[in-house]
Design a protein around this ligand. Structure first.
Ligand SMILES: O=C(O)CCC(=O)C(=O)O
Ligand SMILES: [Fe+2]
Length: 286
């Protein structure tokens, strides 16, 4: 039994769950409710939660084993948790997650689910946007779907975490977020451009502007026109939602069928989020 309710945010994506306290051990009915809501809405939101590190990890573990995220320092003593911090004085700097992306597609086994907890949120701004990659796929013509199903995407973290990536000059990293650029980021990883969700059987587009550089066996210049078309298509109004954080909000998203983007419109305010990440399967087109 659960008294939980869900209120969709938009027809395509996002649902706010009420009536569940994530800091307590959850009943089987509550767990089933959250899992189904995530499959139906791709990203779910909770308000007014209070999670310590152990409780935060317990929420992540509802979906599988937790992993350490590469290139980002973890919270001391908690390798599966990291903090996303932007300080008031960090004006005009790149913010973490600021380009549309799906978490960790630069790995052979990218993230399955991410659980983000809003510890300190700005009074206005700092929203996060989410896009449904299933709706984006479904809206394409049968001809384009077929073409894309024959393609493989090449992903790398180099532009973000490489030696000359976005975070290479993050000079006040000591008090803020601790990103560690590395040669390792240049590694190239291949994924199908269309993947099948292993639990729902639905197909989703699986490329993103932050990590997908080109199609396999094609040059960047050849890949760009189609990739750019897809990136524009994937962020059409009818496929996205925008979440307004309040302190204690918890957001859980399914990286198998979504991408997201953190908005950088709150210079002069501190924003602190904590994330745990559930390890994923290898994306496949079935
Ligand atoms: O800070 C945010 O709103 C999202 C950052 C992000 O991309 C992530 O946590 O995966
Ligand atoms: Fe992210």
């Amino acid at each position: 039994m659960t008294n939980a309710t869900i209120k969709p945010l938009t027809p395509a994506i996002g649902g706010e769950i009420d009536g569940i306290n994530l800091s307590t051990p959850l009943s089987d009915a509550e767990i089933a409710f959250i899992r189904q809501a995530l499959l139906d809405h791709h990203v779910v939101f909770f308000r007014d939660q209070t999670l310590d590190h152990a409780q935060h990890k317990a929420v992540g573990k509802l979906f599988g084993d937790l992993v350490k995220v590469p290139f980002v320092e973890a919270v001391p003593g908690h390798s599966e948790i990291f903090e996303i911090i932007k300080l008031p004085e960090e004006r005009d700097v790149y913010n973490f997650g600021g380009n549309w992306h799906t978490d960790m597609t630069y790995m052979q086994n990218p993230a399955l689910v991410s659980v983000l907890y809003g510890d300190e949120v700005p009074p206005i701004g700092g929203d996060t946007m989410f896009a449904s990659l299933e709706d984006a796929y479904s809206a394409l013509s049968p001809g384009m779907q077929k073409l894309l199903e024959g393609l493989t995407g090449v992903h790398t973290a180099d532009r973000s975490y490489g030696k000359s990536g976005k975070f290479a000059n993050d000079t006040i990293a000591d008090e803020g977020m601790d990103v560690r650029p590395s040669e390792e980021a240049a590694k190239q990883i291949e994924h199908p451009v269309v993947r099948t969700h292993p639990e729902t059987g639905r197909k989703a587009l699986y490329v993103n502007p932050n990590f997908t550089f080109h199609f396999k066996d094609m040059m960047e210049s050849e890949s760009k026109p189609l990739l750019n078309y897809l990136f524009q298509h994937m962020t059409r109004d009818e496929f996205v939602c925008r979440f307004r954080w309040t302190p204690g909000s918890v957001v859980i998203w399914d990286n198998r069928c979504t991408m997201h983007r953190a908005l950088n419109d709150y210079d002069g305010h501190r924003r602190v989020m904590r994330r745990v990440t559930v390890g994923g399967d290898q994306p496949k087109l079935i």
